[in-house]
Design a protein around this ligand. Sequence first.
Ligand SMILES: *Cc1c(COP(=O)(O)O)cnc(C)c1O
Length: 357
Amino acid sequence: MKTHNFSAGPSILPQYTIDETIKGIQNFAGTGLSIMEVSHRSKECVAMFEEARGLFKELLNIPEGYTVLFLGGGASTQFLMVAMNLLNKKAAYLNTGAWANKALKEAKQFGEVIEVASSKDTVYNYIPKGYTIPTDADYFHITTNNTIYGTEIKYDMDCPIPLVADMSSDIFSRPVDVSKYDLIYGGAQKNLAPAGVTFVIIKNDILGKVERQIPTMLDYTTHIEGDTMFNTPPVLPVYAAYHTLNWLKNLGGVEVMQKMNEEKAAILYNEIDSNPMFKGTVLDKEDRSLMNICFVMEDEYKHLEKDFYEFATAKGMSGIKGHRSVGGFRASTYNALPKESVQALVDCMREFQKANS
Ligand SMILES: *Cc1c(COP(=O)(O)O)cnc(C)c1O
C-alpha cells in the first residue's frame, strides 16, 4: 500500500530530492567522498552553496541588493534575530497564530511591540483585515502561512514600513514579489529540505540601524560578509534544498507550482465543502491556505472523528491529525505532494461518508 504523506512538518519532499541526496551521501560531486564528510570550504561544496543561492534568486526573481543566507537555529531563532537586528524602538506584528505569537513575544525583549490585529478570538481561523500599520514602527512582521490553522496571506501586501515575513510553510509555493519585503525567513523543513537549515532573504541596506551590540552569530552582517559560511553551515540540508530547487526549476518554477497547488487544494476544499459529513475550519475562502487544509466533522458526526482517522490511516493517509489546538484534521498539501495523494484522501472521505451516514 502506498503511504500518502500529509505531515505538517517535517514533511514530504520530492522523490528526486531524496534520490539525488542519497547519491551525494555516497559520492558527492565526483569527489569520492560523502557530502557528510567534505569540508564546507572545499571548492565543490562552495560551488554547490553558490548554486543553491543562485537558484533561490532565480526562482523567486530576487532583485539586486538582497542576500540569501542559510543559517542554523530554525525559524524560531529568526524570531529573535529579526528583532535584535531591526528593532530600535518599536515594531508592529500581525498575530495570526501560534508562530506569529511566538515571534511577537520574542520581539518584546528588544523594544515596544504593537499587535496591530489578532484573530486569536476564534482560534486564528481567519486573517485579520482593515487594520492600520503604524508608520513610526521599524518594521511590520507577518506570517504568510499559518501552518497550524490553515490560513494564508496569498498576496504580497503594500506596506508603508519595512515588511518582514515568516514564510516557513509557503516559500516556493507561489511567485513572490520580493521587492515588497525587506526580510523573508523560514525553516526549510516544510517545502524545501529536511530540518536543520533556515533560509533568510535579506535586503542588505536595512541593517546597521539599531544601536545595540549584537552577538556575532546573531548578527546578519556576520553571515552576509561570511558568504553564509562564517561558521560550519548545515551542509546536508542545504544539499537537499539544492536538489529541491533544481526539481522546482525543471518543473517550470513557482508559477507552475502555484497552479499545481491551486489545483490540489481545490480538489480537497471542494470535497470538504460538498461532503455532508465534513466542514472546513477556515470559512473565508480568501484566507484558506493552499498548504495546510484544516477540516473537522459536522457536529452531528463529531463522534466519528476517531473512526475516520483510523479508517484513513489504515488506507495509507499519514499525518492527517489536526493540531491539538484546532482538532479534527489537517492535510498538508505542500509542493512535493502529488495530486494523486489528494485524490486518495478525497476517495477516503467519500467512502467513509457513504458507509457511515
Ligand atoms: C514550522 C514553523 C515555524 C517553526 O520553525 P522551526 O524551524 O521549528 O523553528 C515557524 N513558523 C512557521 C510558520 C512554521 O510553520
